[in-house]
Design a protein around this ligand. Structure first.
Ligand SMILES: C[S@@+](CC[C@H](N)C(=O)[O-])C[C@H]1O[C@@H](n2cnc3c(N)ncnc32)[C@H](O)[C@@H]1O
Length: 307
């Protein structure tokens, strides 16, 4: 199998896992934003991270479109991108009448042609991207001069201490998903099997995931699952800026391979990865329980990076 074919298979699997989460995704407080207090908290945060608009905003890995809707309500022109068609269907329904559009596609290579944006937003996406360094590099190229990345991320587990948690990522993709220590966790979600050593169990902490828990991961040799051991933590400078066969160098970004940031990425590591790409970065810790609909005990933050 060629590298490119392998990548396609891996991405298809990731999309299927997320599709399986679509029906229940919005049940998590920070996903559906159904509680007015949670919704208002995210709206206020977004307003604080973005300059005055209206702006062209690209929401990558937009899921069911909850943040995209807040942005559209603030007057911005929003384009969402998500790999999972069922997530996209929900986002399109949620955004109907706002003028926002939602595309099915790989956020690592957003299918936006020559369009350029003032802001790229990604919440809880990087942990599930096979080559996050290459994606960051591409994203900066989609920004207009003076544009900014707004990256809402977290570190839900470490290779040495993968705790049950899960944040709704596809199984032990290890993100804010059902299993491998993501801040989320849908114990009853599709999948739910820890899927191997990196897996953890059905998320007991809950969090931003609520995703397709599952058994797709945990195999350090393959599967869109999460062996975070090849991660960038501790070596953020190494290997960033490309994926295998591309512009090269994210560890673990091969076909069906590991997710370098499974389990999430610390703010320090993300800032280190961004440093060669942007003019400045600001980190906003996000410990406020109102954002998550519950108390949290792991690292959550936003990085605002200006090019
Ligand atoms: C944890 S959810 C976050 C959704 C949304 N950003 C939010 O905060 O509510 C991750 C989303 O990223 C999508 N996703 C995962 N990998 C992707 C990729 N390579 N390209 C586009 N979307 C992807 C999944 O389908 C899922 O909808």
């Amino acid at each position: 199998m060629s590298v490119e074919t392998g990548k396609l298979y891996a991405m298809k699997s990731i999309a299927e896992l997320w599709d399986a989460a679509a029906d229940t995704f919005d049940e998590e407080a920070d996903h559906g934003l159904r509680d007015p207090a949670v919704r208002a908290a995210w709206s206020a945060r977004l307003a604080g991270w973005l300059p005055d608009g209206p702006l062209d905003v690209l929401d990558l890995g937009c899921g069911t479109g909850s943040l995209a809707l807040l942005l559209a309500e603030q007057g911005h022109r929003v384009v969402g991108v998500d790999l999972a068609p069922r997530m996209v269907a929900r986002a399109r329904a949620k955004l109907a009448g706002t003028g926002a559009s939602v595309l099915v596609g790989d956020a690592a290579r957003p299918p936006v042609g020559d369009r350029r944006f003032d802001v790229l937003l990604a919440r809880h996406l990087l942990w599930t991207v096979p080559a996050p360094g290459a994606a960051l590099s591409r994203w900066t190229g989609l920004l207009r001069p003076g544009g900014r990345l707004v990256l809402v991320e977290g570190r839900w587990s470490t290779p040495a201490n993968v705790t049950p948690g899960g944040c709704g990522g596809p199984g032990d993709l290890g993100g804010p998903g059902g299993n491998a220590g993501g801040p989320g966790g849908d114990p009853g979600g599709p999948g739910g099997d820890a899927g191997g050593t990196t897996g953890g169990d059905a998320g007991s902490r809950g969090g931003p995931g609520g995703g397709p828990g599952g058994d797709a991961g945990g195999d350090p040799d393959g599967g869109p699952g999460g062996d975070p051991s090849g991660g960038l933590a501790g070596d953020p400078g190494g290997g960033l800026g490309g994926d295998s066969g591309d512009s090269g160098g994210d560890p673990g970004g091969g076909p069906g391979g590991e997710l370098p940031w499974a389990g999430g990425v610390s703010a320090a590591d993300l800032v280190a990865a961004l440093r060669p790409l942007v003019a400045d970065t600001r980190v906003d810790p996000l410990p406020d329980p109102v954002l998550w609909g519950k108390e949290i005990d792991d690292e959550r933050y936003a990085v605002v990076a200006r090019i």
